[in-house]
Write a protein that binds this ligand. Structure first.
Ligand code: NAP
Ligand code: ZN
Length: 349
């Protein structure tokens, strides 16, 4: 089945319209008409070959929402017409301890929604900047938000789960002080979710202009991280810092803000490494520097249900497919509040 998509033929070329093949749904597959797809900074890293091993043509997109078009004969959990989502995972080995623990995101055989090996043509997965996708039912998420919020639900499938999973893992809740570094797609969700979980939330930004907006998102305090005095006022006080920054930066400036036994978890994935932190900032106060990758399928469903219950969606700017390249440039300049989402109907052309 040929469908319209938007992708790139090389890392130094813009994305453009192209056609891709989707498999016919197998017995356990769900075929989805994609309504909207968020633009994650990972899409940009991958399609511009900033990370290793990008296969071309590359069709990014792993914040996918839409309606079920058809299901395989053994699919019982979904029916045509259901509102569903696909995040960053479309397959995994299904039997390792990570898969059994519902942490498919850490399975060595995890297949990402784009740029991972697959028997389907062309030999690697192609993502959500496309009209349709076919995915094994195990990796399909149910959306319980009202349909009119569907476009703003899309970013929950990556930005939402990537921030929710570490917040839950490090037991964020009432009485905890949490920092969120970088107010972009991930960061703005981190602020909303940490606030909804009941924590005291401090947003760190490099942009003075985002100060007011961060408070609106649910931050209790905002710190402009270039201001040494504002930073010093929070020394040794955080239980957890969730760092979403997409570029190498000074980690020590944040490590010293952790209290004893505090953790800073990195979710931002810059193409080039950070300078190593000063070990004394870890040794003193027994601090931890950690990482976290997206989240498992059960946890993603839990996050979607939590968001539906608390009325949480992303703050988005809806764009046409032919605005994707421009959206990338604007994302690099921090000119987005706070996630671009593609209206996939504009792929019909
Ligand atoms: P984004 O929307 O571009 O947001 C990143 C934010 O980081 C910016 O808005 C900016 O916030 C801050 N920032 C950017 N450059 C900076 C610099 N040089 N110094 C300090 N702050 C800077 O990106 P995103 O979609 O949220 O993704 C963020 C990162 O997470 C990307 O590297 C992406 O690949 C990665 N990611 C990881 C996972 C995972 O599983 N771990 C999942 C998804 C994405 P301020 O203007 O507020 O400073
Ligand atoms: Zn992503």
């Amino acid at each position: 089945m040929l469908v319209n998509a938007y992708g790139a033929h090389a890392g130094d070329q813009p994305l453009q319209p192209l056609q891709i093949t989707r498999r016919a749904p197998g017995a356990h597959d769900v075929q989805i008409d994609i309504a909207f797809c968020g633009i994650c900074h990972s899409d940009l890293h991958q399609v511009r070959a900033e990370w290793q091993g990008t296969q071309f043509p590359c069709v990014p997109g792993h914040e996918i929402v839409g309606r079920v078009a058809a299901v395989g004969v053994h699919v019982h959990g979904f029916r045509p017409g259901d509102l569903v989502g696909i995040g960053c995972i479309v397959d995994s080995c299904k039997h390792c301890t990570d898969c059994e623990d519902g942490l498919e995101n850490y399975c060595d055989g995890m297949i990402g929604t784009y740029n991972f090996p697959t028997p389907d043509a062309p030999g690697w997965t192609l993502g959500g900047y496309s009209q349709q996708i076919v995915v094994h039912e195990r990796y399909v998420l149910r959306i319980r938000h009202p349909e009119e919020q569907l476009a703003a639900v899309a970013p929950l499938l990556c930005a939402g789960i990537t921030t929710y999973s570490p917040l839950r893992h490090w037991n964020v809740g009432p009485g905890k002080k949490v920092g969120v570094v970088g107010i972009g797609g991930l960061g703005h969700m981190g602020i909303k979710l940490a606030h909804a979980l009941g924590a005291h939330v401090v947003a760190f930004t490099t942009s003075d202009a985002k100060r007011e907006a961060a408070l609106q998102l649910g931050a209790d305090e905002v710190v402009v991280s270039r201001n040494a005095e504002e930073m010093a006022a929070h020394a040794k006080s955080f239980d957890l810092i969730l760092n979403t920054v997409a570029a190498p930066h000074n980690l020590d400036a944040f490590l010293v803000l952790l209290k004893r036994d505090g953790t800073m978890t990195l979710v931002g994935a810059p193409a080039t490494p950070h300078d190593s932190p000063n070990v004394f900032n870890l040794i003193m106060k027994r601090r931890t520097l950690a990482g976290s990758m997206i989240g498992g399928i059960a946890e993603t469903q839990e996050m979607l249900d939590f968001c539906a219950e608390h009325g949480i969606v992303a703050d988005i700017e809806l764009v046409r497919a032919d605005q994707i390249n421009d959206s990338y440039e604007r994302m690099l300049k921090g000119d987005v509040k706070y996630r671009f989402v593609i209206d996939n109907a504009t792929l019909a052309g």
